[in-house]
Design a binder for this molecule. Structure first.
Ligand code: STR
Length: 507
């Protein structure tokens, strides 16, 4: 409350100053100049134009009507360019990937990552590149292609199905969220630490709690991120974030120390072993990049893999089930495809992926209509450059509004309709990409590292559960809300499902 008052007082002061200074902005600029910009005041920047009941991705999409697809605004003292069209998005992410590879520091992400020692929020540097290469290598070794990860996902799918089956037999509505989270967490746990959790494991419960706390508070462009000096005021969000990060760090440290203690060059049990080995080998080569790579870097990386691996995949699965409940005809068509291609006597495997195009198209459509990270993570220009005809200065922040790309009327015709068919060719037999305005995993030097692992998990978890169950709204309940809750990931609101075993899978 105190800081809210403070901000209000500041707005009034800033308003007065602006009357003297003449309002900057509000007008489009010609080619070669800066992008059109929202009005901005000293100190508070464009905050007054950004007040809205809509979440940022919708507001930024709507502002295009007035300012065009690429425009800029001031967040506090920082210039932010918002990109809403795929051509400019690809210029930023692909064509000028390295120029736009920077990251801004913020109070909340600094807390989460010890000042950017991770990959997702860490700034671009030679050490960052080496670090990312190591993680990429380790993920390739243990990710897609390794039989063990398929086995782990199938084992978790089986456990998930038995929980659903139990709820179905008792006829009670089920909140799938903790069940999906546990399944996905166990995949990441096996991958990183070769361990997994039972349903009521206290460590797992604490993990659920702190992860949600972090998602609720980190990197939301909250006021303390805009005005770091606001930290001097009591702030409930910041306190929650600190507690959650401390709980996460205790767990990560314990795992890290355990792995270091039983490390051997001969056996690589999991991703953390692979990272330890890569770090040692880089150190033996004595490069400057490797010298910058501390224990903290490895711990923060595991934190990233965990956070990214769990929150994103779980969120997509929850959206998928919510949409399938709203569109039962899509659910039925997936099930007919499963019955026709697999029969009723075996469970899905990864190699069935090519034979289930409608399921593949549905996964693509879910990732389009509800992108996990609607604004990606903001990028920073590392040098003076341009986007289209617009000048961009070193240090400018760039937000790629993936939501706008995925809901572009010109590209998708009816962007708000859930229609997996748009991702199939005319015969309806093979998956296609109907528009270039589609980047669910981002692109370029910062493209998602977990893309193939995620696709594999989405395919297996959905095919296993849909083969056995039909999901619907429990009697007397409203259908799941399709509005997301905005944050680093766009999460669906909590909902419950009614699961019915399909014919042939009653036992
Ligand atoms: C989720 C909560 C947590 O415990 C740790 C992290 C750190 C990595 C974050 C993750 C978060 C949310 C999703 C992110 C991921 C890095 C890449 C991913 C932001 C905050 C996306 O870009 C979608």
């Amino acid at each position: 409350m105190a800081w809210f008052l403070f901000i209000s007082v500041l707005s009034v002061v800033a308003l007065a100053v602006s009357l003297l200074l003449k309002l900057r902005g509000g007008s489009p600029r010609g080619p070669g100049g800066p992008p059109p910009h929202l009005p901005a005041l000293p100190i508070i920047g464009s905050l007054l134009s950004l007040r809205s009941a809509d979440p940022p991705h919708l507001l930024f999409q709507r502002l295009q009507e007035k300012y065009g697809p690429t425009y800029s605004l001031m967040m506090g003292a920082h210039k932010v360019i918002v990109v809403n069209h795929h051509l400019h998005a690809k210029e930023v992410l692909l064509k000028k990937s390295k120029i736009f590879a920077g990251r801004a520091r913020s109070v909340t992400t600094d807390l989460l990552t010890r000042g950017g020692k991770d990959i997702a929020f860490g700034d671009y540097s030679p050490t960052w590149r080496l670090h990312r290469k190591m993680v990429h290598g380790a993920l390739c070794m243990f990710g897609e292609g390794s039989a063990s990860i398929e086995n782990i996902v199938c084992q978790e799918s089986r456990a998930l199905c038995s929980t659903v089956s139990e709820a179905a037999s008792r006829g009670v509505p089920l909140d799938l969220s903790p069940e999906l989270t546990r399944a996905v967490t166990n995949v990441v746990c096996s991958l990183c630490f070769s361990s997994s959790y039972d349903r009521d494991d206290p460590e797992f419960c604490s993990m659920l709690r702190y992860s949600q706390g972090i998602v609720d508070t980190v990197a939301k462009d909250s006021l303390v991120d805009l005005f770091p000096w606001l930290q001097i005021f009591p702030n409930a969000d910041l306190r929650l974030l600190k507690e959650c990060v401390a709980a996460r760090d205790r767990l990560l440290h314990r795992k890290y120390e355990e792995h270091k203690a039983d490390y051997s060059d001969q056996v690589q049990r999991d991703l953390l072993d692979a990272l330890l080995r890569a770090k040692r080998s880089a150190e033996n080569h004595n490069t400057a990049e490797a010298a910058g790579l501390s224990d903290d870097h490895l711990v923060m990386t595991v934190g990233d893999i965990f956070g990214a691996g769990v929150e994103t995949t779980t969120t997509v699965l929850k959206w998928a089930v919510a949409y399938l409940i709203h569109y039962p005809q899509v659910q039925t068509r997936i099930q007919e495809e499963l019955d026709g291609r697999l029969g009723l006597d075996r469970t899905p495997q990864l190699r069935d992926r090519g034979r289930l195009p409608y399921l593949e198209a549905t996964i693509r459509e879910v990732l389009r209509i509800r992108p996990v990270a609607p604004l990606l993570i903001p990028h920073v220009a590392l040098a003076d450059t341009s986007i289209g005809n617009f000048k961009v200065s070193k240090g400018d922040r760039v937000i790629v509004n993936l939501w706008s790309l995925h809901h572009d009327q010109q590209e998708w015709g009816n962007p708000d309709t859930f229609d997996p068919g748009r991702f199939l060719d005319e015969e309806g037999v093979s998956p296609v990409l109907p528009s270039p305005s589609y980047l669910p995993f981002g692109a370029g030097v910062r493209v998602c590292l977990g893309e193939s692992l995620a696709k594999m998990e989405l395919f297996l978890f959905l095919s296993w559960t849909l083969q056995r169950f039909s999901f619907s709204v429990p009697a007397g309940r409203p259908p799941p809300s399709l509005d997301g809750k905005f944050g680093v990931v766009l999460q669906p609101a909590k909902y419950e499902v009614h699961a019915t075993p399909r014919p042939g899978w009653e036992t």
